[in-house]
Design a protein around this ligand. Structure first.
Ligand code: PGA
Length: 241
């Protein structure tokens, strides 16, 4: 697991966007795993600029999002489908049929997870995965204790994550308590992984992650220690606190 320290979140965003562009320019029909949350916003802003400049196309790209809430209104701004349309997909040339996000409208979340994992596995594994990290070390909605062998599954969102995500909702009670998430083994099947960590709120977990010498399920992000091409892009604030 390598570490690259950047000056600020914009530089983190630029670097990750450049990696996505390089991947798509090397192999047009690449499969990408993509995150939501506030950390990836500068990545999407940068990649949209690159697209507008003619430096990258999503014309043949296939994307799989990491996760989605269960029990969120179809038109809610925080439904990850809506988040992705607003912040990336409506602004680049991706084909709607190549966008994959677990469907929050399902009445069978377990079946939806099975379908999602099967569809993802048919791609042969993603070429590149971009991840955020939760303050408790989660990746996707794989909260502490999730087995590294996990595939896409229904999960309960940890109380601390509900609290952290309540900033996007009117109040904490509105935050869904369940989600569908790619599992850790699903994520590890990507050929290359970039983990983004920016801001003071990620300082404690980032330092804890960097201190680990072996993967352990109590800190899900340590699964990256099991991967041979994983890199962390962190900004100075996340490093210094
Ligand atoms: P954030 O979320 O980017 O909004 O901090 C990251 C995560 O919880 O994985």
């Amino acid at each position: 697991m390598r570490l690259k320290i950047c000056d600020n979140p914009q530089q983190v965003g630029y670097l990750a966007a450049a990696d996505i562009a390089l991947q798509l320019n090397t192999k047009k029909n690449s499969t990408l795993i993509l995150p939501t949350g506030s950390t990836p916003l500068p990545v999407y802003e940068s990649i949209i600029k690159m697209y507008k400049n003619g430096d990258v196309s999503f014309g043949d790209a296939v994307t799989f999002n990491l996760d989605e809430y269960i029990g969120i209104a179809e038109d809610h701004a925080e439904r990850y489908y809506n988040f992705m349309m607003r912040n990336l997909f409506s602004k680049v040339d991706i084909k709607p049929e190549n966008i994959n996000i677990p469907d929050s409208r399902t009445d069978d979340p377990d079946g939806e997870c099975k379908r999602y994992e099967e569809k993802y596995r048919k791609t042969g594994g993603a070429d590149l995965a971009v991840l955020g990290i939760g303050q408790n070390g989660h990746i996707g909605f794989n909260e502490p204790g999730t087995p590294f062998s996990s595939v896409t599954h229904v999960t309960s969102i940890a109380e601390s994550t509900v609290k952290a995500n309540s900033r996007f909702f009117d109040n904490e009670a509105q935050v869904p308590k369940k989600a569908m998430t790619m599992g850790i083994s699903t994520i590890l099947s990507a050929k290359k992984i970039i983990l983004l960590a920016t801001g003071k709120s990620k300082h404690d977990i980032l330092i804890k992650l960097l201190q680990q010498t072996s993967a352990n399920e109590s800190i899900p992000a340590t699964a990256l220690l099991l991967h041979d091409d994983a890199v962390i892009y962190a900004d100075r604030e996340a490093i210094t606190g």
